[in-house]
Design a protein around this ligand. Structure first.
Ligand code: ATP
Ligand code: MG
Length: 553
């Protein structure tokens, strides 16, 4: 695709200009597939000197479209890092001109008003193996067509009573060339033009003409429109237009364990399977943003999957890998404990708080250091202790010495249990003051380094641990998709109501991502505020699914 554009520029085609567009329909939120299209359209424009990319709302179907989506889409495109400058357009701004073009087609004998209903039109259309039949209204006179079309516009007829069709070829091997409908009656109110119009152009008619009106040079679209290219070109060839853009198709992006269709995403929201379009498990741009995926990671991912001409599915791992790679470089490290186990350092003074120096990001020296308070009572991760350690378990156990990150070596001297349940509720330890900062002057080694927080200083927070929304790589392979609930991963969200985080997180900003050391990347959720902290797990540190899947084999 880039090569085609580059060679067109070199050959001076379209005056050597590159004008692309991203044309969303404002009937839902954008998803990762749209991100691919955005990166491609804005990317190709940006790579060519003087290239521009328009943001055009394809708002030709008033029944599904809303201003809320128009605003959200603009926010999403900006957040992804792209700028349409002054090139914001709405197909609805062209309604008058499109209507004029339709009149031109009628006058040229290339369009007619048809009274067949939707069902009949389908019957007459034929199939892939059988040609269609001409509509009985196909030979209406130009005058009658003009009169009826104007009356359709004036709102004289009910929806579905009449349509305007292009007069092409009912025997065409390309079904969309069999006298396609180009205007339909619809009496719903439009989010921008209100009740002014009673007829609305169909996608195939509006799209090529909007491209032409805007002087688009390369109209990039997904493969399912390959057949529609014939219609795209036909319409522009019949009419007196100055610009005839070139349509080039590319493969849709599909992601394993996910669905990428607005229709299904809307059902997930409306049926209450997720908390909204921006639920962090959704593949929407707003969901991924709330989850903590950085825009640069999404751009790199889209770049990495490339542009090709055959449909394929990209593995979810690949998306997570792109997010990890990005966050590893940029996310500050902090300590937090998901499932706390109390530790008392018996030889540490009762009232003392030591401020220890901790490195903010080992991958980025410029990120500097911060101080973390250490005191007599701490919490460590429950999983980091085993009373009877497995032979490959090197973390804390009775009598064993480990390092507390940025702090000291500690040795477990006693285990306190709940009398009734037998559950371990507290560990008693001693620390070696000579190991401050985490190294022993006598060179002795420990096999594990644990994260921790100070009981007197830590903050409480809620953690939301997210996983894939669907259990299977191809969620609808075994079913038709009517039963969404059956395909969902029941473990896609685990809420841990009380986790403990280091005090520096008091100043965390919503959307800011940090690494909880040894646990994963977490981002402060927008539900936080008024002293409440909620963290979304953006991604784990390693690909745990790969391990689980490998074990299953
Ligand atoms: P959906 O099928 O999810 O409803 P759509 O194609 O109807 O999507 P539009 O708002 O019309 O949604 O899409 C705007 C642009 O984004 C179009 O140019 C379309 O080709 C592109 N696009 C949509 N889905 C994908 C995808 N999965 N991969 C790549 N591009 C996509
Ligand atoms: Mg569409």
């Amino acid at each position: 695709m880039r090569a085609i554009v580059a060679s067109d520029v070199e050959a001076g085609k379209h005056g050597g200009k590159v004008v692309t567009r991203f044309p969303p329909e404002p009937n839902g939120y954008l998803h990762l597939g749209h991100a691919k299209s955005i990166c491609l359209n804005f990317g190709i424009a940006g790579e060519n000197a003087g290239g521009v990319c328009h943001l055009r709302f394809d708002d030709t179907n008033p029944s599904a479209e809303e201003d809320e989506y128009v605003r959200a889409i603009q926010g999403d495109v900006r957040w992804l890092g792209f700028d349409w400058a002054d090139n914001l357009f709405f197909a609805s701004d062209y309604f008058d001109r499109l209507y004029g073009y339709a009149l031109d087609l009628i006058r040229a004998g290339k369009a007619f008003v048809c009274d067949l209903d939707a069902e009949q039109i389908r019957e007459y259309r034929g199939t892939l193996t059988e040609p269609g039949r001409d509509s009985p209204y196909r030979e209406r006179s130009v005058e009658e067509n003009l009169d009826l079309f104007q009356r359709m516009k004036a709102g004289e007829f009910a929806a579905g009573e009449r349509v305007l069709r292009a007069k092409i070829d009912m025997a065409s091997p390309i079904i969309c060339m069999r006298d396609p409908v180009i205007y339909r009656i619809q009496h719903s109110s439009h989010h921008r033009t209100g009740d002014e119009w009673h007829i609305y152009p169909m996608y195939d008619f509006a799209h090529c003409l909007s491209d032409s009106i805007e002087g688009i040079t390369h109209s990039l679209c997904t493969l399912e429109f390959a057949d529609n290219k014939a219609l795209y070109d036909w319409i522009l060839d019949q009419l007196d237009v100055e610009c005839h853009p070139q349509q080039i198709e590319f493969a849709r992006l599909n992601l394993s364990h996910m669905v990428m269709s607005k229709r299904v995403l809307r059902r997930l929201v409306e049926e209450g399977h997720v908390s909204g379009w921006d639920d962090p498990r959704m593949p929407t741009i707003s969901g991924m943003r709330r989850r903590g995926y950085p825009p640069s990671a999404l751009r790199n991912f889209c770049e990495g999957v490339g542009v090709n001409r055959s449909d394929g599915t990209v593995q979810y791992d690949q998306l997570e890998a792109a997010v990890r790679e990005d966050l590893n470089k940029h996310a500050p490290r902090v300590m937090a404990v998901l499932r706390p186990l109390k530790v008392v350092i018996e030889n540490f003074p009762e009232d003392l708080t030591e401020e220890l120096e901790a490195v903010n990001n080992p991958e980025d020296e410029a990120a500097g250091t911060r101080s973390v308070p250490f005191s007599r009572v701490l919490y460590i991760e429950r999983d980091d202790f085993q009373e009877q350690p497995h032979k490959k378990f090197f973390r804390l156990a009775p009598g064993r010495e480990v390092r507390l990150r940025y702090a000291y070596f500690v040795t477990c001297t006693d285990v306190i249990k709940d009398e009734a349940s037998g559950e371990v509720i507290e560990l008693r330890c001693t620390y070696d003051p000579a190991t401050k900062g985490g190294d022993a002057p006598d060179g002795r080694k420990v096999k594990a380094t644990l994260h921790w927080v100070s009981a007197a200083h830590c903050l409480e927070a809620e953690a939301r641990l997210y996983d894939r929304l669907f259990s299977e790589a191809d969620p609808f392979s075994g079913q038709d998709g009517t039963d969404l609930a059956a395909a969902l991963n029941p473990a896609s969200l685990e809420v841990v109501p009380k986790v403990l985080v280091e005090p520096s997180l008091v100043s965390a900003e919503p959307g800011g991502v940090c690494q909880f050391e040894r646990l994963g990347y977490f981002c402060l959720d927008s539900d936080s505020g008024d002293g409440r902290l909620v963290f979304n797990r953006t991604v784990t540190l390693r690909d745990t699914w790969k391990k689980i899947e490998a074990k299953g084999r």
